[in-house]
Design a protein around this ligand. Structure first.
Ligand code: GTP
Ligand code: SPV
Ligand code: MN
Length: 593
């Protein structure tokens, strides 16, 4: 193979974890099929009805392993201040000792898989290579869908450095011991990042972002550190292409916290006649400056790991069409004819199915058929609206960046920042109600700057500074305009004021017009909103009182919002950039004018 770092990584992992076998993944279809077959035999996977969903499988996890666990996720920088106040920190030497004891013999009785993968199109200047070592075949097949994986990655790796990630479910097998369908550690879970060494160690969980180390661990936490050093950006953003009825096309990136609508926006079917939306990515965006001084974005992933509940032919037909074959489902319901079902898929639930815990389920059951964080894993190439340029190694030029989250009150449907620095402040001020994507309480409002709270690999104050610095690296006219949206504002009876999904195209159309200097907008203390009549509402029957409420900017609530931010920003101490303080002061002054 000829890569000394790789040889050593494999050798060290083998000695430490003591697996029965080592398998270097070639990424072939044969390998994928053999692993799926093996997992069907061991009970990890159930094959779905090949007539309904060819080459697709269902996995059920255990109750304790259903989502990312932020409390067990660590940034182990040399100095605690470099992890910052929003990350769990532990002394790297102490953590390394802890991990060495946990991983010792942790793969006994299992196969150790070596997965070389590329985040981004092979050979792209924006792409980077990682190698994940894991004892989970479920992780191997998931990584094959989510990344470019296998032999061709080794061919381009040569002697270059890669990001190593060591993963173990933490469930060694005694000789002769029968395996369980979803091995994981019942109690101890550690998802650890050493930013200076660019290493990932993950123990005890087999689920999603805890285990598919290319995604949040590498493409966000480690990549954000690399991006800061090297002058680029690693963001929790979808990327979409949007074409107006005249055939003009632009690209937009949007950051919303987990389970707040990225996948849905990325694949949206516009209700506005003549408009088209195409998908570049649905979760992660890496951006670098191109030779023309604009920001160019790639989707480092090759698949979608999307929230199943709520996904239907009405809400997101393109997602459902993506899932028609070659897909993996985790923690959804299994129908009697061996297909999948989840809450919201159809208006009429099936009269009987097997729920995500493997129990009989009927519409009268008290439990949900699918776990709220049940997910599908599907190849991006199968998306009917995948963008022509989604694998372009140069990336796509970004005209607008959108922030957003779940806010049942206060925040209007859309506003635009006055300029880049104000936009950075707007990103820093993002708050959202928590969802099932991470374990813990749901529906709790928390600050989630840039939708990066669980994903920034360094001090969040320094991250704000990095965004400000990016704004100074080119001329203002080359920078994307920055927006904030809120699809989740509620009326008095708890109903959505805005229908969302395909109707969000109306908001995108206004952004399109603004970035082409074709809409005037209207100034408010918090930013620019559509002027009267600029938001195209034709044919949607939005009650006028909803429209009024969607754009109401209540000064008292906003003063409280600003006060809350002032308090929140204190946690960053002297790492909070002066320019962010100045923007907050500016907001307060405008609210009090
Ligand atoms: P992660 O994969 O966790 O990063 O989530 P995501 O940001 O991609 O969220 P996703 O698009 O999967 O949506 C999560 C949930 O929000 C689903 O249940 C959707 O049905 C719901 N949702 C998405 N867009 C809208 C919208 O415009 N309005 C409303 N009311 N709900 C939405
Ligand atoms: C998220 O939680 O933002 C996800 C799912 O995209 S996971 O890969 O589990 O992080
Ligand atoms: Mn996500």
């Amino acid at each position: 193979m000829g890569n000394a770092q790789l040889d050593k990584f494999i050798q060290d992992a083998k000695e430490l974890c003591q697996p029965s076998r080592v398998h270097i993944c070639d990424g072939s279809q044969e390998e994928y099929e053999a692993l799926c077959k093996q997992m069907v035999a061991s009970g990890t996977l159930t094959e779905l009805n090949p007539k309904k969903r060819p080459n697709s499988f269902l996995a059920r996890s255990t109750k304790e392993d259903v989502a990312r666990i932020e409390g067990c996720t660590y940034i182990c920088s040399e100095k605690q201040i470099d992890a910052g106040p929003t990350n769990n920190w532990c002394d790297p030497a102490e953590m390394r000792a802890k991990l060495l004891s946990l991983f010792k013999g942790s793969m006994r009785g299992r196969t150790m898989y070596v997965i070389p993968y590329s985040m981004g199109p092979l050979g792209s200047k924006i792409a980077h290579i990682g190698v994940e070592i894991t004892d989970s075949p479920y992780v191997v097949v998931s990584m094959r869908i989510m990344t470019r994986m296998g032999k061709e990655v080794l061919d381009v790796l040569n002697n270059e450095r890669f990001v190593p990630g060591l993963h173990s479910v933490g469930a060694p097998l005694q000789p002769g011991e029968k395996d369980v369908p979803w091995p994981c550690h019942p109690k101890e879970k550690y998802i650890v990042h050493f930013p200076e060494k660019r290493e990932i160690w993950s123990f005890g969980s087999g689920y999603g972002g805890n285990a598919l180390l290319g995604k949040k661990c590498f493409a966000l936490r480690i990549a954000s550190v690399m991006a800061r050093e090297q002058g680029w950006m690693a963001e929790h953003m979808l990327i979409l292409g949007i074409t107006n009825p005249q055939g003009e096309k632009k690209y937009i990136a949007a950051a919303f916290p987990s389970a707040c609508g990225k996948t849905n926006l990325a694949m949206l079917t516009p209700t506005l006649p003549g408009w088209k939306v195409e998908t570049v990515g649905d979760d992660i965006c890496w951006m670098k400056f191109g030779p023309d001084g604009r920001l160019y974005a790639i989707n480092p992933e090759a698949g979608f790991f999307g929230v199943a509940p709520g996904t239907s032919m009405q809400s997101n037909p393109n997602a459902l069409l993506t899932l028609k074959e070659n897909s993996l489902f985790t923690n959804v319901g299994l129908t009697d004819d061996k297909d999948v079902w989840w809450e919201g898929l159809t208006s009429q639930p099936p009269s009987h199915l097997i729920d995500w815990l493997g129990q009989d389920w009927t519409p009268n059951s008290n439990e949900k058929a699918a776990h709220p964080n049940a997910r599908f894993t599907a190849p991006a190439a199968q998306c009917p609206v995948i963008d022509r340029a989604w694998q372009d190694p140069r990336g796509v030029p970004i005209s607008a960046i959108i922030f957003g989250g779940r806010r049942s009150s206060v925040v209007p449907l859309i506003y635009e920042s006055f300029d880049w620095n104000h936009g950075v402040f707007v990103g820093a001020s993002t708050s959202s109600e928590t969802t099932a994507a991470a374990s813990g309480e749901m529906g709790k409002l928390r600050h989630d700057p840039f939708a990066m709270l669980p994903f920034c690999g360094y001090n969040m104050g320094d991250y704000f500074a990095h965004w400000l610095k990016i704004g100074g690296m080119t001329t203002p006219d080359k920078l994307p305009k920055i927006y904030y949206v809120n699809w989740f504002r509620k009326g008095k009876n708890g109903e959505w004021l805005w229908p969302g999904f395909g109707e969000n195209s109306r908001v995108l159309a206004w952004i399109f017009a603004r970035t082409s200097n074709r809409a005037k907008g209207q100034k408010t203390p918090i930013g620019i909103i559509p002027a009267e009549g600029e938001l195209n509402l034709e044919g949607m029957n939005l009650p006028p009182e909803n429209l009024k409420e969607l754009f109401s900017i209540d000064l008292k609530s906003w003063r409280e919002e600003a006060e809350g931010l002032r308090k929140y920003f204190e946690i960053f101490g002297d790492r909070l950039p002066e320019k962010i303080k100045a923007e907050l002061k500016g907001l307060e002054e405008r609210l009090n004018a």
